[in-house]
Design a protein around this ligand. Structure first.
Ligand SMILES: Cc1ncc(C[n+]2csc(CCOP(=O)(O)OP(=O)(O)O)c2C)c(N)n1
Length: 368
C-alpha cells in the first residue's frame, strides 16, 4: 500500500489571551500600527454595545428576536475589515459585526430584526445580501455571486459566514464543492462558537476540525483563533487577495465561544456546563486587545470611558432612527418577492390591507 495524498490543518494565532504576541510569524502590517489596532478595538466594542441595546429593545417589546454575537466580535470585525467596498458580503443571522464593518447601518440591522423590509435595502452597501436565516443557504448564494463576478472578469471577492452547526447542512457541502471545482472567489468563514443552539460542536461532526471539510472539496483551509482579531483579519486578507486574483476559495474556521444565549428566545443556562462562561470570559477578544494596547501605553481608563460614551451615543442615534421609522404596512410582506404578484396572492394582499387598517399599522415602533 502507498499513500496517495496527505493533508494537514494549519492553526493561526498571533495574540494570546493575555494580550501578548506569541507567534514566531512576523505580524501583518496592520498589527504593527497601533492606530489600526485601536480602530479594530473600537469596532469590536461598537458591536458589543449594539448587541446589548438590541437585547434591551427586544426585552421591552420594541423589536423581534435577535441573535447577539457576544464573544465573537473579532470574527465579524476581523473579516469585515479585510473586505473592500467592492467585495460582496453574504451574511447569516449572527453577522452584524461584518455587516456594520462593511458599511451596513446599525439602524438597518435593527429594522431587519424589527420586521421591516427596508432593513435589507442597505443605503451604503447595495451589493450586500440580506441576512439568511435558513441555515447554510447563504453558502450557495455566495457561490452564485462569485460565479457572476468571475464571468464579468471583475477583481472582487465574496465573503460568507456560517455557524459550525450549519456546516452539517447539504447546502454547505454543495457550496464548497462547486466553489472548488469552479475556482470561485469565495471566502467561507466558519464561526465556530461551540454551540448550535443546545448542540455542542463536539457532537456535531466526527471531524477533528471544521476547517478540514474543505479538504473534501479540494480547497484551501485554515483554522484560526477566532478571539484573536489579528489572526482573523490576517487570514481573511490573505484569502481575499487570493480570491480577487483568481486563486479560488478558502475556508477559514474561527474558534470562539458564544458568551450569550443563542437568541433572545433562548436560555443557555439550561444546557451550558457550569464554568464554561467563566473560562470563556477570560479568553474573549476585546479584553485581550485592550491588554495589548495598555501594555503599549496607548490606552487607558480615560480613553475607555470616552470611547464607551461615544459608542453609546452612536448606537442610541441608530436606535432613535429605528424607533421613529413608521411600521411597514401589513401588505409589505408581499411587495418584495415577485415582480408581478400571482393571482392568488393578490387576494391575500388585499386581505392584508383590510386587516392592516384595523391595526395600528403606521404607528412608529417607539410610539406610546
Ligand atoms: C434550514 C434550517 N434548519 C433549522 C433552522 C433552525 N436553527 C436556527 S439557528 C440553528 C443552529 C445553528 O447553529 P450554528 O450553525 O452553529 O450557528 P450559530 O447560531 O451558533 O451561530 C438552527 C438549527 C434554521 N434556521 N434553518
Amino acid at each position: 500500500m502507498t499513500t496517495v495524498a496527505r493533508f494537514e490543518i494549519k492553526y493561526l494565532q498571533y495574540m494570546d489571551e493575555k494580550g501578548r504576541f506569541i507567534s514566531n510569524d512576523v505580524p501583518p502590517a496592520f498589527a504593527r500600527d497601533l492606530d489600526s489596532l485601536k480602530q479594530l478595538y473600537r469596532d469590536m466594542n461598537l458591536i458589543r454595545v449594539m448587541d446589548q441595546k438590541a437585547y434591551a429593545l427586544q426585552r421591552t417589546g420594541k423589536m423581534g428576536t435577535y441573535p447577539a454575537a457576544t464573544g465573537q466580535e473579532a470574527i465579524g470585525v476581523g473579516f469585515g475589515s479585510a473586505m473592500t467596498k467592492e467585495d460582496v458580503l453574504v451574511p447569516y443571522y449572527r453577522g452584524q459585526a461584518s455587516m456594520v464593518q462593511h458599511g451596513i447601518r446599525i439602524e438597518e440591522v435593527l429594522l431587519y430584526w424589527g420586521g421591516y423590509e427596508i432593513g435589507c435595502d442597505y443605503q451604503n452597501a447595495k451589493q450586500d445580501f440580506p441576512i439568511a436565516v435558513p441555515i447554510a443557504t447563504q453558502s450557495l448564494h455566495a457561490c452564485g455571486v462569485a460565479k457572476a463576478i468571475q464571468m464579468r472578469g471583475e477583481k472582487r471577492c465574496v465573503f460568507t459566514e456560517i455557524g459550525e452547526g450549519g456546516t452539517s447542512q447539504g447546502d454547505f457541502y454543495e457550496a464548497i464543492n462547486v466553489a472548488g471545482i469552479w475556482n470561485l472567489g469565495v471566502v467561507f468563514i466558519i464561526n465556530n462558537n461551540q454551540w448550535a443552539i443546545s448542540v455542542p460542536s463536539k457532537i456535531q461532526t466526527n471531524c477533528e476540525t471544521y476547517a478540514q471539510k474543505a479538504i473534501g472539496a479540494g480547497i484551501e483551509c485554515i483554522q484560526v483563533d477566532g478571539n484573536d482579531i489579528v489572526a482573523v483579519k490576517a487570514a481573511s486578507e490573505k484569502a481575499a487577495e487570493k480570491a480577487r486574483n483568481g486563486g479560488g476559495p478558502t475556508v477559514i474556521e474561527c474558534i470562539s465561544l458564544r458568551l450569550c444565549d443563542h437568541t433572545t428566545a433562548d436560555d443557555a443556562t439550561r444546557y451550558r456546563p457550569e464554568g464554561e462562561l467563566d473560562d470563556g470570559w477570560t479568553k474573549e477578544p476585546i479584553i485581550r486587545l485592550r491588554k495589548y494596547l495598555e501594555s503599549k501605553g496607548t490606552w487607558g481608563q480615560e480613553d475607555e470611558e470616552t470611547m464607551l460614551k461615544e459608542l453609546a451615543e452612536q448606537v442610541q442615534d441608530a436606535v432613535d432612527n429605528y424607533l421613529n421609522t413608521p411600521a411597514d404596512p401589513s401588505e409589505a410582506m408581499f411587495d418584495y418577492l415577485y415582480a408581478e404578484l400571482p393571482e392568488r396572492t393578490l387576494a391575500q394582499r388585499e386581505l392584508a390591507i383590510l386587516r392592516g387598517s384595523e391595526l395600528t399599522a403606521s404607528k412608529p415602533r417607539g410610539a406610546k
